[in-house]
Design a binder for this molecule. Sequence first.
Ligand code: HEM
Length: 347
Amino acid sequence: MNPASLIPLAEPIPIHWAWFDILLIATFAAHVLFMNAMLGSAVIGLTQAARGRNELIRAVGMKLPPLLALTINLGVAPLLFLQVNYGNFDYVSSVLMGGWWLAVIFVLLYSYYGFYIYKFKYEAMGTGMRLALFGSSVLGLLYVGFMFSNNMTLMLRPEGWQPYFNGYDGFLNWRDPALYPRFLHMMVGALAVGGLFVALLGRHQKNEGFIETGMWWFTRATMLNLALGIWFLMALPDKVLLAFMGGNLPATLTLVAGLASAGMMLYAGFRMEPMRVAGWAVLTVLLMAFIRHWVRVLYLKPWFSMDSVPVTNQYGSFYLFLGFLVVGGAIIAYMLKLYFKSGQGRA
Ligand code: HEM
């Protein structure tokens, strides 16, 4: 069977596709930054607790419920933009994953409640119970991340959709060699940004120990991630790899810019400057989100191009969206200003 016959027809879109791609990349970068701070700091806290040091896991545990809520909220936006431009691939891969994909909702709920109980019932629990609850919640998040990596890679390979005809079960993208380095690259990136979050927490709470631990994890995880990034690049299909090696100039330049930014970030990390690292980290994650987007476009090239999608040129709702974005952003900024101003009173 020709896999192309399995790809649904693309629906018309109201405005030029580039708007959705830009919003997808920007909101995805925000999602990943929060996901990294949450998951990475949780794992670092857990490793410390396993060695009998509970100060960090307790401090991080206080921040996890809001961080998880923000991660989920900032995940909804890219999910919507993804479905607008690439729904004919992403809906299919979601359906093909079946129960594996649906389980994400329940596992996420478990982890969410787990972190809430940890925060508010800390005193009522024994050490074993605390570790079991926290550890299983972290495992749940790893499951969710792995399912996202499966979905985001399965959508790129219509030639891998064939197992659907072998039975009625959902399946994962095990046969794709790029899945493993991609997931590991994401998770080790989470450890790095999680370390940075711990260091920033230490800076805020005037805790030198947190700064040292956080920056240790940040630099080690980033160095490991450079190696994992190379493995990921090598695991990509030849045509995608060659595009990054000069075959496609914009893609190659994005990769070079991403690596340069990562280098600056690591340099600031070794100099123990968490604030400077944070600035470079935001830029690096944004550039990596662009690189990842290039990967998607290059993978899909034989099957699909955004230029083939009909545009109806109905800009009204887009202007309404932009209006709400600006007004909503200004209200949130004002709200945050009031919140920080009230800090002294709350303390
Ligand atoms: C809280 C636990 C979560 C974790 C640990 C997590 C982790 C991840 C990871 C690792 C990826 C990248 C996968 C890859 O490209 O290989 C990803 C992508 C994504 N996540 Fe999350 N995620 C979480 C929750 C959510 C939720 C609840 C939503 C939506 C409501 C969401 C929406 C997305 C979307 C749309 C993408 C792909 C965006 C794109 O392809 O441009 N995530 N997530």
